[in-house]
Write a protein that binds this ligand. Structure first.
Ligand SMILES: *Cc1c(COP(=O)(O)O)cnc(C)c1O
Length: 368
């Protein structure tokens, strides 16, 4: 029999979360961000739940190829643009729109031989200091692009550093507006946090929003707001089973390093899930977990293939009981990936992206 760990993808939840974003940005079109293997969900599986999006935003050309292979004929945006000259051939072949964030990409475009001009999203560094043209270089970059026969329409794009925290987006928005207000073209500024937290400002929403994490049912600003607060449902459930049960006496230790000592007699469940499955090794004692849909917590150090959970208050739990590491139990109870991430000192993004290749994944399908 196969090891019982399994990840389930919920296309219904993806569809619901996309509808939530569309509700929050009713006048904008939506780029569903499916970079990083659709945040660990798989591009093809995510596509099933996200086909109502207006376009898909990717990082890698192979993700774009996957979408075209799935017969997606609509817009696809390369979020970091091309990395080398020959990428432009594929942009032409696959009809991709691409971000331009530096002069080298404009040089490549100027050398590109194409009959069909390309749609560009010109990126401004409005203060995050990652990718993009500084405000004082932005307009000359725009003019350079605008003069190229290889370029069709130019849209304007920037990315916020503080959409998810108390600093907010006002400062970067002001820079973006001051630099670009009189340039033509569509605008794209908002990630999930900006849509959900700052969507009351139409300038933040622009023409295209770029949600990623919200589509997958994780809150961009946990613990300030939970996914449930935002009306989002988990799109990934990581489930396994109890494969061992131990009776502990007070003073007994659990696992490597004995970082947990039983304060009293306890019943312990050993679960087939470890850091080699993508569960965070830094999850401390007390990280929440569901056993048969009932909340309990981890005990001791997470090891490569196993972790332990407290079954003391779950007398009905037994060998083979379902364990939900995050997402939805088969009985319907939800443990948000954000709670697990928070306990482990990270974010839901990292956990979903880190789902290990050895974990089998099944999409529960829209028909279900
Ligand atoms: C990843 C990414 C997004 C999506 O961000 P979320 O926080 O997941 O909504 C949007 N825009 C750009 C440029 C990105 O790289």
């Amino acid at each position: 029999m196969a090891r019982p760990i399994h990840a389930f993808i919920h296309p219904h939840a993806l569809r619901h979360n996309l509808a939530r974003v569309q509700e929050a940005a009713p006048d904008a079109r939506v780029w569903a961000v499916v970079k990083a293997h659709a945040y660990g969900h798989g591009v093809a599986r995510a596509f099933e739940g996200l086909r109502a999006a207006d376009g898909f935003a990717v990082l890698d050309l192979h993700e774009a190829q996957t979408l075209r292979d799935l017969d997606w004929r609509g817009p696809i945006l390369l979020l970091e643009g091309v990395f080398e000259q020959r990428d432009l051939e594929l942009c032409s072949r696959l009809d991709l729109w691409h971000v331009v964030h530096n002069e080298a990409q404009i040089d490549m475009l100027s050398r590109h031989k194409t009959q069909v001009p390309q749609r560009i999203f010109l990126k401004m560094n409005s203060g995050m200091n990652r990718l993009g043209f500084a405000p004082e270089r932005f307009r000359s970059a725009w003019a350079r692009l605008n003069a190229l026969p290889q370029v069709d329409e130019i849209s304007l794009l920037t990315h916020f550093a503080h959409a998810d925290d108390a600093v907010g987006v006002a400062q970067q928005l002001q820079v973006f507006q001051a630099t670009s207000h009189d340039l033509p073209g569509e605008r794209s500024l908002a990630n999930s946090a900006a849509v959900l937290r700052h969507g009351d400002n139409p300038l933040v929403l622009g023409d295209w929003v770029r949600p990623g994490i919200a589509l997958y049912g994780s809150s961009p600003d946990h613990p300030l707001h939970s996914a449930a607060d935002w009306g989002l449902r988990p799109a990934m459930s990581l489930r396994s089973q109890v494969i061992g049960v131990q009776q502990l006496q007070a003073g007994d230790e659990v696992g490597y390093g004995g970082i947990f000592t039983a304060p009293h007699a306890m019943r312990l469940g050993v679960v087939a899930c470890g850091y080699a499955d993508g569960y965070p090794r830094h999850a401390p004692n007390g990280t929440p977990v569901l056993v048969s849909g009932v909340r309990t917590q981890t005990v001791g150090r997470v090891s490569m293939d196993m972790l332990c959970v407290d079954l003391t208050h779950l007398p009905h739990a037994h060998l083979g009981s379902e364990v939900t590491l995050w997402g939805q139990a088969s009985t319907g109870e939800v443990l948000s990936i954000d709670e697990v991430a928070w306990a482990a000192g990270t974010v839901g993004y990292e956990l979903m992206c880190a789902l290990a290749p050895r974990v089998p994944v099944t999409s529960l399908g829209l028909a279900a």
